[in-house]
Design a binder for this molecule. Structure first.
Ligand code: COA
Ligand code: NAP
Length: 272
């Protein structure tokens, strides 16, 4: 099964590393014009070069999703160069494991500002550039959105909020022909997220053992779902939250989460 996004404009915010870069590369291989954005000028440049090597017309801009004016400016440049957006993927995020009593209010706020407020900034700033009817928006969520996890109160709160933005804007924008969905990656190999949340070989082995398919996912696995959601095959899908996780969130995630929780409670005096 192949997808054809030739002549389409795809924008991936947070698209310069890990899963989101994999998503950008999937669309590039399927013929799309692809724009990426993140804070680091260097990561943007590297990604644009890599997308061009895949044969895509590619561009990018450096901006922090916490700065909506910078995002607005970047989107405006993208529309000028590539036309209205057929697909928007919003995936910028930050994470670190910390007990609630082990982080400052600013630490909690930094994740909420990037993941949740950042998603709002991106979606609101993109609206005037989205093709109406026809555009598809995909927000990148996480299992923490619906599974409470020790040392993840900030991420759980933020990603639950992301999914509720998805559902609400699916209702607000649906009448204009814009579909909004969330994708929930499972444990994806070689990513910053996994290195922060499963930093030891033992924890990583526990993650793998808890996935019914007995393997970590790849950025391509997530890219495939994003392409499906952005395609005409998904033209009646709106407001959904879809895991692409090998079945991890069905139960196996719990043993890993319990081990991470024990580790954090034992090693942090704040857990007492
Ligand atoms: N435990 C507790 N608090 C932490 C922490 C940790 N492991 N790491 C950072 N913080 C706190 C900082 O101390 C700071 O709080 P303070 O001002 O009260 O001291 C606050 O979080 C913000 O940190 P800062 O480094 O200034 O934020 P930033 O905006 O530069 O970076 C982060 C945001 C913290 C989320 C950073 O980890 C990041 O940029 N992550 C992006 C990559 C990533 O997380 N990828 C995985 C995605 S799933
Ligand atoms: P990653 O490589 O760290 O990707 C995060 C991306 O967002 C980078 O391009 C980063 O680039 C950008 N970014 C971070 N903060 C930003 C900000 N304030 N403004 C603009 N861009 C910002 O992480 P990942 O592990 O692949 O995760 C990608 C997404 O998948 C996240 O939404 C995460 O929650 C979700 N997810 C990951 C996993 C996993 O297994 N890794 C599982 C479930 C869900 P800069 O540093 O240049 O800003």
């Amino acid at each position: 099964m192949t997808f054809d996004f030739s002549g389409r404009t795809v924008v991936v915010v947070g698209g310069t590393s890990g899963i989101n870069r994999g998503i950008a590369e999937s669309f590039a291989r399927a013929g799309a014009r692809v724009a990426v954005a993140s804070r680091s000028e260097q990561k943007v440049e590297d990604t644009v070069s890599a997308l061009a090597i895949l044969g895509a017309e590619a561009m990018g801009f450096a901006a922090d999703v916490r700065d909506q004016d910078a995002i607005r400016k970047g989107f405006s440049d993208v529309e000028q160069a590539f036309g209205q957006f057929d697909v928007l993927v919003s995936g910028a995020a930050g994470n670190f494991p910390a007990l609630a009593n082990g982080m400052s209010a600013n630490a909690f706020k930094s994740v909420v500002d990037i993941d949740l407020l950042g998603t709002f900034h991106v979606m609101q700033a993109a609206y005037c550039h989205l093709k109406k009817p026809g555009a598809s928006v995909v927000n990148i969520s996480a299992p923490q959105a619906f599974l409470p996890m020790i040392a993840q109160s900030h991420v759980c709160a933020a990603k639950a909020g992301v999914d509720m933005i998805t559902r609400t804007l699916a209702m607000e924008w649906g009448p204009k022909g814009v579909r909004v969905n969330s994708v929930v990656p499972g444990p994806i190999e070689g990513t910053e997220g996994m290195s922060r949340l499963a930093p030891t070989p033992a924890l990583m082995a526990q993650v793998k053992a808890g996935v019914p398919l007995r393997r970590l996912g790849t950025p391509e696995d997530v890219g495939n779902l994003c392409m499906f959601l952005a395609s005409d095959f998904a033209s009646y899908m709106n407001g959904t939250v879809i895991p692409v996780d090998g079945g991890w969130s069905l139960g196996g995630i719990s043993s890993y989460a319990a081990t991470l929780g024990d580790f954090m409670m034992k090693t942090s005096t704040e857990g007492e």
